[in-house]
Design a protein around this ligand. Structure first.
Ligand code: SF4
Length: 363
């Protein structure tokens, strides 16, 4: 949809006076809003991408306890960083944060650049994160557009959607010298008041200038894309146990999904394959071992952002071969009591939970 809306004086006043006043009254006490350093803002913004605030809050507090500074993060091992990110998803964020911290310590004396261009030049930092850190930590005059901001502006201007136009409005509305508070206020309004369903228009500081509200159906903006059915995959994993009761786990290559995490080895079922054949083949390909595949321990249903899986975990014993890291970064025999020391994906954590108190079957 093409935008035709002008930003007039009433709209500017609503965004620059009523919105900040509302924010000062309603802002949530979130841990990253205290002691606002570039490091804390940066970590919080990384965590908040694709994650609900309530979930990010607990992760942020744990992360800051363990890595209170850029220096502490840079000095950590990648495994320690991934362990603290375990369950948050999008693990490339954690790997990149770790690499960027090391780069900042080595190349910039441990200081974040204080310009938008400097922030954007950091490894793994895109326009959104550079704008968020720039405005919130350095008060640079840059507008942040996330999903919340886009929804609010599309409703105020009764606009179907389009990042470029929304960014242009956000840039124009931004009060110079007060970008940090303005950006946060707009994001907070989207999170607390102008919610995707049932926006609380009667209590909104923008209602007098909101065209979506005036038209009577603000939920129609932005236009919703038709929901696509997510592809579904069936995956097999081997719960390989030895005579000492240890489990064979493998570490995934760093590039790609769940990179750097540990897993019960396995992979996708091919057409025409039984689950037993799938697991046996995958373990030859990944670790160079031939196994006997036994009964099913658990089937885990899990949804990622782009697909869903059924993960069938079967007991296995090695028939022949010694584990080699053919298609993985590392592998290890680990007793049950030490499994949780390694970072795993959520789906694999369900397998560990299913193992609790269970004796491996004879087969
Ligand atoms: S008036 Fe309603 S639709 Fe408009 S910005 Fe406020 S909460 Fe959103």
């Amino acid at each position: 949809m093409k935008a035709t809306n002008e930003i007039n004086a009433a709209v500017l006043a609503a965004f620059r006076r009523s919105l900040p006043a509302w924010f000062r009254r309603h802002r949530r006490a979130l841990p990253w809003r205290t002691r606002r350093t570039p490091y804390r803002v940066w970590i919080s913004e990384l965590m908040l991408q694709q994650t609900r605030v309530e979930q990010a809050r607990a992760y942020f507090l744990r992360f800051m306890r363990r890595f209170p500074s850029l220096k502490a993060l840079a000095a950590a091992s990648q495994q320690d960083v991934l362990k603290l990110w375990e369950g948050l998803g999008y693990y490339s964020r954690a790997r990149r944060a770790h690499q960027t911290a090391q780069w900042l310590i080595a190349e910039c004396g441990g200081k974040f650049p204080a310009t938008y261009e400097g922030l954007l030049a950091l490894p793994g930092v895109g326009p959104y994160t550079a704008a968020a850190v720039g405005s919130l930590a350095f008060n640079l005059d840059v507008a942040v557009v996330d999903g919340n901001v886009e929804r609010v502006l599309c409703r105020v201007f009764a606009f179907g959607g389009g990042r470029q136009q929304v960014q242009a409005w956000a840039d124009e509305l931004l009060p110079r010298g007060r970008a940090g508070e303005f950006n946060e206020a707009l994001m907070e309004l989207g999170a607390l008041c102008c919610t995707p369903r049932k926006p609380d228009c009667p209590h909104c500081p923008l209602r007098k200038v909101c065209q979506g509200y005036a038209d009577g159906q603000p939920e129609n903006f932005p236009a919703k894309a038709a929901k696509k059915k997510l592809p579904h995959k069936v995956v097999g994993a081997g719960v390989i146990v030895n005579d000492r009761g240890e489990f064979l786990i493998a570490r995934r290559h760093e590039h790609g999904m769940l990179g750097g995490l540990w897993e019960f080895p396995g992979g996708k079922q091919e057409p025409g394959e039984t689950m037993t054949q799938c697991i046996a083949r995958e373990l030859v390909e990944e670790l160079g071992i031939h196994v006997r595949v036994g009964s099913c321990l658990v089937v885990v249903h899990h949804a990622y952002s782009h697909f869903t899986i059924d993960l069938h975990a079967h007991w296995c014993r090695i028939n022949s071969g010694r584990p080699q890291n053919v298609q993985c970064l590392d592998s290890a025999w680990v007793p049950f009591s030490k499994l949780r020391e390694k970072p795993f994906s959520r789906a694999d954590l369900h397998i560990i939970a299913a193992l609790r108190g269970v004796k491996p079957p004879e087969f």
